[in-house]
Design a protein around this ligand. Structure first.
Ligand code: NAD
Length: 424
């Protein structure tokens, strides 16, 4: 059963409850009425499917797949597909709701969804992953749709899986429908700029926040946890704008150079080394647990959820936290950080550059037209900057943290739209 190998669900905070606790606080500030609160607290649709797959050795394994549509009030629902042994319905429900708030914060016309399959893709052959992806797409054929629900990559999936999904969906409809999935390879209608988009949005968020905090990027230092897609691109773009990135980390360890890590060099090492920083000699090694508490100006958690908790929040010395990852800060840590006067650019704002460029991919596919990378970057930078300013002004006028302000902006938009559309 190595294909599924479900890790025990640990005592980690329940992600849905953690999302709900912020939702409740923001709703109280907004004075949201009970009816709308009740509509938004529950997902609109939850689909669970069983996927029997014949493995390469002839064994038949039944995998469980999920798709949760939290809301389609603002438009067709949008959200990634996660392949991971720990995938469970609660996690997918929380991630789907986060997508609703994320799309609303950056004002793009999508609702929120998330999907996943409980599996270990790294222990499966490409053929097994392809059969599983095609089976999942077939099981969700009435759920997905260009104007209904549009998947994208998440942990454990990438352009390869998106290509299979697009192909399977298109076969079932007898015509090529590339706008049904985003995050596709460029030749299938993927967008220029998509690979760097989330890191780029993190960079724009960080610079916007530094301007408010009067931190000069040319005198600023930064530590980045997670040197994957988001962390490495955010780091490179911050470095280009003068910020000195003194520490990076990944699952293999943490690396420190007080003069600044040479990030291009670090990326080359990682890419030649099975995507790992292990053995990197351009920096000293550092205890990974110390990275988030280094005396730097900015920290960028860009790895995973629940890394800033009540255990380490008090020790954080940075003035600014920009959340590249989804859910890196626990709800209990929020209060500690806010009381220390540290600014947090929250996940639903800071990492929304990815879904913004996914939206551009969908727009280009529907137009049958390809934008230049320059146009993609210019438009996404503007959206990220405007969204930052809107959340910042809301934080000032409600006297709340940036996180609660981002929820206020998002919930207000969805709630107002719901009121106009109405229920039964
Ligand atoms: P990735 O798999 O490319 O990179 C993750 C990195 O984090 C890897 O370097 C991994 O080794 C490292 N890592 C994992 N656990 C770690 C730990 N305990 N300590 C230090 N490093 C650790 O993933 P990604 O696409 O960069 O996503 C990172 C985060 O950003 C996730 O939370 C994801 O949900 C979020 N996010 C990604 C996108 C996107 O477009 N890729 C968009 C929005 C949000």
């Amino acid at each position: 059963m190595a294909y599924i190998e479900p890790a025990p669900i640990t005592d980690k905070a329940n992600p849905f409850e953690s999302m709900m606790s912020r939702f409740q606080v923001a709703s109280q500030h907004l004075g949201l009425d009970d009816e709308v609160y009740n509509v938004l607290k529950s997902p609109a649709k939850q689909v669970i499917v069983s996927l029997p797959i014949t493995m390469d050795d002839g064994a038949l394994i039944v995998f469980e797949g999920y798709r949760v549509i939290h809301s389609n009030i603002l438009g067709p629902s949008k959200g990634g597909i996660r392949y991971d042994p720990e995938v469970n319905l609660d996690e997918i429900k929380a991630l789907a709701a986060w997508m609703t708030w994320k799309c609303a914060v950056v004002d793009i016309p999508y609702g929120g969804a998330k999907g996943g399959i409980r599996c270990n893709p790294y222990q499966m052959s490409p053929g097994e992953v392809e059969r599983l992806t095609r089976a999942y797409t077939t099981a969700m054929i009435d759920v997905f749709g260009t104007d209904r629900d549009i998947p994208a990559p998440d942990m454990g999936t990438g352009p390869r899986e998106m290509a299979w999904m697009m192909d399977q969906y298109s076969r079932a409809h007898g015509t090529t429908i590339n706008a049904v999935v985003t995050g596709k390879p460029l030749v299938l209608g993927g967008s220029l700029g998509r690979v760097e988009a989330t890191g780029r949005g993190v960079m724009v968020s960080a610079l916007s926040a530094m301007e408010k905090l009067r931190i000069n990027p040319y005198n600023a230092t930064c530590a980045i946890q997670g040197f994957g897609n988001v962390g490495s691109h955010a780091g490179l773009l911050l470095e280009e704008r003068g910020v000195k990135v003194v520490a990076i980390s990944d699952l293999s360890g943490a690396y420190y150079n007080e003069n600044g890590v040479n990030l291009k060099d670090a990326m080359e090492h990682r890419d030649k080394n099975k995507n790992q920083m292990k053995g990197y000699e351009g920096a000293e090694s550092l205890n990974p647990e110390d990275l988030l508490t280094l005396p730097v100006d900015v920290i960028v958690p860009a790895a995973k959820e629940d890394v800033i908790t009540s255990q380490n929040a008090d020790k954080i010395r940075a003035r600014l936290i920009v959340e590249g990852a989804n859910g890196p800060t626990s709800a209990e840590a929020d209060d500690i950080i806010h009381s220390k006067g540290i600014m947090v650019v929250p996940d639903i704002l800071a990492n929304a550059g990815g879904v913004t460029v996914s939206y551009f991919e969908w727009v280009q596919n529907r137009m049958g037209y390809k934008w230049t990378g320059e146009r993609v970057n210019r438009r996404s930078d503007r959206i990220m900057k405007d969204s930052f300013n809107k959340v910042y002004d809301t934080a000032v006028s409600y006297n709340v943290s940036m996180r609660i302000a981002a929820y206020i902006v998002a919930i207000d938009k969805v709630a107002k739209t719901y009121k106009y559309r109405g229920g039964f």
